[in-house]
Design a binder for this molecule. Sequence first.
Ligand code: SF4
Length: 291
Amino acid sequence: MSNIEIDAKSGFCFGVVNAIKKAEEELAKGGTLYCLGDIVHNNLEVDRLEKLGLKTINHEEFAKLRDVRVLLRAHGEPPSTYKIAKANNIEIIDASCPVVLRLQKKIHDKYDLEKDNNTQIVIYGKNGHAEVNGLLGQTDSTAIVIEKKEDLDKLDFSKNICLFSQTTKPLDGFQEIIDIIQSRMKGDARFEYFDTICRQVSNRIPNIKEFALKHDIIFFVAGEKSSNGKVLFAECKKYNPNSYFITTPSDINPDVVSKTATIGICGATSTPKWQMEEVEAKIDEIRAVPV
Ligand code: SF4
């Protein structure tokens, strides 16, 4: 019996599954389909879709296009993107994740409600990340992005604060930010926070811990650009020091693949199952070589 297991709870979240399905459906109709930014933070999956006709573009290129179809990926986009599309007669295929769209609306409504009373809208997230850019756009780019607790010095604790989180941030980091803000608030200033972390990602942390503890060796498969890949890999490494981050089967060092060890293969929310299966096949191949 094989002592290799692919983690059934790893792989694409429903937001990414939905975006890829939409892209495949549109590509099947023929013609060019542009995608604004990488559809998923995984070069191999992007390559697969590009072979089917998808063309990845950046925002500068997008602004120059006219009369074409453009897919918006799961991360969502700021209002300015929709304005450009309208002005340039671009047909938008909107694959923004519904969870992200709900968060955008929540931030937009809050901003509208509070913009005249000096409330600071704060987003716990990564500066420059596509989802965060989409969230910032809901506040005319006035929200303050906090990546880590050291950034909290940017806030004025004598004024109201309203805190949201990028969907893929860790729950414990968010709690730490809440605790610090609460302890620093001054006078009558109001502090409100909304837990907007997507459980599709945060539930993976306890799952991956269990999986990492179950095996002697872990191969974690993800693209280098995947934020949740970094978070989940750190968790694997914490509970199983024999954890290796790989992007393709060729990254596997044959010296660490013993014949008897149990091997777990897992990945990020942006890792397709076919990539984990390729890693399994490579391990079988390495093991088949006589010592
Ligand atoms: S992680 Fe959650 S919010 Fe982000 S795309 Fe996936 S399902 Fe949507």
